[in-house]
Design a protein around this ligand. Sequence first.
Ligand SMILES: Cc1ncc(COP(=O)(O)O)c(C=O)c1O
Length: 372
Amino acid sequence: MLPFTRPSIGDEEQRAVAEVLASGWLATGPRVAAFEQALTDYLGGGVAVRVFNSGTSALEAALIASGIGPGDEVVVPAMSFAASANVVVRVGAVPMFVDVDPVSRNLSIETVEKALTSRTRAIIPVHFAGRGVEMGPLRELAAERGLLVLEDAAQAIGTRIGDKPVGASGNPVCFSFHPNKNMTTIEGGALACSDTGMVRRAERIRFHGIERDAQGAMDVPEWGGKMNMPDVNAAVGLVQLTRLDAFNRRRRELALGYIERLPRHPAVTLPADAPGHSWHMFCVCVDFTALGTSRPAFQERLQSLGVGSGVHYPALHLFSLYRKFGYKPGDFPAAERIGEQTLTLPLFPDMTGDDLDRVCGALQQVLDGGAS
Ligand SMILES: Cc1ncc(COP(=O)(O)O)c(C=O)c1O
């Protein structure tokens, strides 16, 4: 059975974990400091990085550290993982969903502009499946209107926009290192930002709001949570980061292989390549209705042929939590169509050429057979 994703964990990661376990220091310690420095270096050295126990925590801390809360509105694409909007609700602000481009699945400047009100404080562009959002116009608009841009790069470690890696922009950027991401720390996340005051505050929020003076005396000047990354996780991350560029090169090869070899069928829309794309996922759209079937039935047929698949994602605004904000079917047609038709095919660095052929063959077979 070929899963739709699988982390690449080797001997080095296993040794690194064993060393931490034997060291007697398991919680946040020297490996976290080393991992933060390694991430800073990877991003070109111009930003400070703080790691967290998840990408969600990093996003939440970044919002709080930016002073976003009740009464504020935050623009979020209607096509993303739930965390992108949940963090906005968590800090007491209102998510203002916008539709996405049907091919890139990323929000576009036109949709953002229409969603701005006098209460808008921030925009959260999501680099969907590793494809970089066109940031130039978005940044200009944000600067004009005095808005924060908080990049949700949970799916985009290693993505490049122009000549820079995502994360090097200076505005806050959050990554996830969940096992299905392009590199993993088991669970984990990071915030990269050039604003040292903001990073310092996020660091405090990450660990109980604690601040220490030069003598080591402790104060808690504001609320903080428990969002720190243990050293075991950082040790895995240190190894994975050295392998990231090779992982991403392999992801690209496989994605281009799919684009070349997948069956052309009127009911199937393939994703497009783009410069700097890190191919976190390979998501196609399938018009299940035109095929006279349903997504679960289609997935079951693929599974019976040994091919796993995923759904990334149902449109956010149609979840019951978000309907309570007044969102309804028809609000964001592109996100809704993606939500109904999307299907994630297997893509991970350890996949072989034979695996790729197997997926292409299975898809052809299910399309031919009508997937009953
Ligand atoms: C777009 C997006 N944002 C945020 C997150 C949250 O990251 P984590 O699972 O590390 O909390 C994810 C994770 O899947 C994601 O895909």
